[in-house]
Design a protein around this ligand. Structure first.
Ligand code: SF4
Length: 66
């Protein structure tokens, strides 16, 4: 899977980092998220799906790779 962030929507809330700290980082002075791993291991899927679900601006999406 590949992580995609809509930078126009992301407001740096940091919910994604709380849900999946191995994949998302929101530095204190940053307005938007940094994706630490754009092609994360399948084992991280539950955390990532939680981040997608709870992101208040719905800025995170996932595309599936063959
Ligand atoms: S939870 Fe959503 S809005 Fe907040 S930093 Fe993560 S991607 Fe951006």
């Amino acid at each position: 899977m590949q992580i995609k962030i809509d930078r126009d929507l992301c407001q740096g809330h940091g919910v994604c980092e709380s849900e999946a700290p191995a994949v998302f980082s929101v530095p204190p002075k940053s307005a938007t998220v940094t994706v630490l791993n754009e092609n994360p291991d399948e084992s991280l899927r539950p955390q990532i799906m939680a981040a997608v679900k709870y992101c208040p601006t719905h800025a995170i999406s996932i595309s599936e790779e063959e």
